[in-house]
Ligand binder design. Structure first.
Ligand SMILES: [Zn+2]
Length: 490
């Protein structure tokens, strides 16, 4: 994700009023798959869904149950974890607070009714028991019938003035690792999502007044009685998302074998420029890190409270961008996430720097190598440096000696600025410092190896450090750990 205004934070931070502190593992042959039937009713803002999940036990242990995340329940208003921090509530809910949720109608296991429990903080988890156990390598068919009610909110899931966003909307299997399921609670800091690569086959039904932006490939689309039924296949992706709007104007262009679609609004004049930015950065990242593996990429303007949000094959860009520069920055940051989050997954809950720091650094690397965008790399890094140093000084004054470690769970950052400075900005500064020390060529060599070796898997920080060490020919473990632990004096 890109927090709204971080571009400004980096570049004009010193000019702002000082209100700062107020504030796979599955192998290719054992991928799980989701077959979803979805139907959206615009009058009630309800999405009826049915998903059949083919789930493999890829662990070495017998499983007595499986857990699914129920992310739509974080839109309940009585939840302990607010969907956005206090400072964003007015912009998230322009028409006043509004509630969303998910209800489970029934669950079947191998076509039979089965016991399930809704549990967790704010009912964010669905536990489905395996009466006979699920043994290593064994596969099971799980059917979940559900109803999602959308809130009127400019967020990942919700309806706004122009768009209806469907991100993190369906029950998705929790990652099983180190002997247990990951049942991470929601946090308004960061992107509290962690998932594995799977295959998706989705049938969407919606009013024909809408245009659809989707991750994956549209296989067919037909209209009957004012309804459009579209079938989408999204293969080897770690999540599925889509956006509907009556106000989309679509501009498309090929970049090699990839069709890039930019979804602007009907009255927009600058869609061509935005599409060019998408094409330029896709082309640069292909050449620099390795090829984007999907057939299409959708970059979608939408009602969104932050700057942007990444999903595989689809990124959301807020329609509240103030300037051409800010729009470019967010487009490039979100597209970089196709490499760092989408194809190479990482634990965004405990190591957010791993994808956010790399997405920030990749954005600046693009500007460094694409002079026509008129951004000076050194000026941008210096802006980030000043911004970070100011943050440290302010925090030390308020909190006394405090921790500046980058490698913390998202729940352990007390404020949004602390989170963004320690993961985005400090992550960028760490990769820049590394590049100054080992050179751009060796750093890029390490990132290429990271992309190749961990495509369609979840990589740990150690995996990234290993690849960077191999690529550069230096043992970088101590170097990078001193940044992560907050021991480096900046
Ligand atoms: Zn991001």
């Amino acid at each position: 994700m890109k927090k709204f205004g971080l571009y400004i934070l980096i570049f004009v931070f010193l000019a702002l009023p000082f209100v700062f502190y107020g504030c796979k593992n599955a192998s290719a042959e054992n991928l799980s798959s989701y077959a979803m039937q979805l139907s959206y009713d615009e009058k009630t803002h309800i999405l009826k869904g049915n998903e059949s999940v083919s789930y493999y036990n890829n662990s070495t242990e017998m499983l007595s149950a499986v857990y699914f995340h129920l992310y739509p329940n974080v839109y309940k208003l009585d939840g302990k974890n607010k969907i956005v921090s206090q400072s964003h509530i007015e912009r998230a809910y322009p028409n006043g607070e509004s509630e969303g949720n998910i209800e489970i109608n029934y669950v079947k296991l191998q076509s039979d009714d089965v016991q399930y429990v809704i549990e967790g903080e704010g009912e964010n988890l669905l536990k489905i028991n395996f009466p006979d156990g699920l043994y290593p390598g064994q596969n099971v068919q799980i059917e979940i019938d559900f109803i999602v009610t959308l809130a009127n909110i400019n967020h990942r899931l919700g309806y706004g003035e122009n768009t209806i966003n469907f991100g993190n909307f369906y029950p998705i299997v929790c990652v099983y690792e180190n002997g247990s399921f990951r049942k991470d609670a929601y946090s308004s800091n960061g992107d509290p999502f962690y998932s594995e690569i799977a295959n998706y086959d989705v049938q969407l039904t919606y009013s024909s007044d809408y245009k659809l932006a989707t991750g994956g490939d549209i296989i067919s689309s037909e209209n009957t009685q004012n309804l459009t039924i579209t079938r989408v296949k999204a293969l080897k992706m770690r999540d599925y998302s889509f956006v509907l709007s009556k106000n989309f104007k679509i501009s498309s262009q090929r970049c090699g074998d990839v069709v890039v679609n930019y979804y602007g609004y009907v009255d927009d004049q600058n869609n061509g420029e935005a599409l060019k930015t998408c094409i330029d950065c896709l082309s640069f990242f292909n050449k620099t890190f390795g090829d984007y593996p999907y057939n299409q990429l959708s970059v979608v303007k939408s009602n969104f409270v932050y700057g942007g949000m990444e999903y595989p094959g689809l990124v959301i860009i807020s329609d509240e961008m103030l300037s051409r520069e800010e729009l470019n920055y967010v487009i490039i940051h979100e597209i970089a996430h196709q490499w760092w989050y989408g194809v190479v997954g990482s634990d965004q809950v405990h190591h957010a720097w791993q994808d956010e720091g790399l997405a920030e650094f990749s954005t600046l690397l693009f500007f460094k190598n694409c002079a026509e965008y008129g951004q000076n790399y050194n000026t941008m890094v210096n802006g980030a440096l000043e911004s970070y140093c100011l943050f440290e000084r302010v925090y030390k004054n308020i909190e006394g000696e405090t921790k500046f470690s980058m490698d913390r769970a998202i729940y352990n950052f007390e404020t949004e600025p602390e989170y963004t400075q320690c993961t985005y900005t400090k992550g960028l500064l760490m990769f820049d410092a590394l590049m100054q020390d080992i050179g751009e060529k060796k750093l890029v060599k390490g990132l290429k190896k990271y992309y190749k070796d961990y495509a369609f898997k979840n990589a740990t920080p150690h995996d990234l450090i290993y690849c960077l060490s191999k690529g550069s020919g230096y043992d970088l473990e101590g170097y990078i750990k001193s940044w992560l632990d907050g021991k480096v004096v900046i």
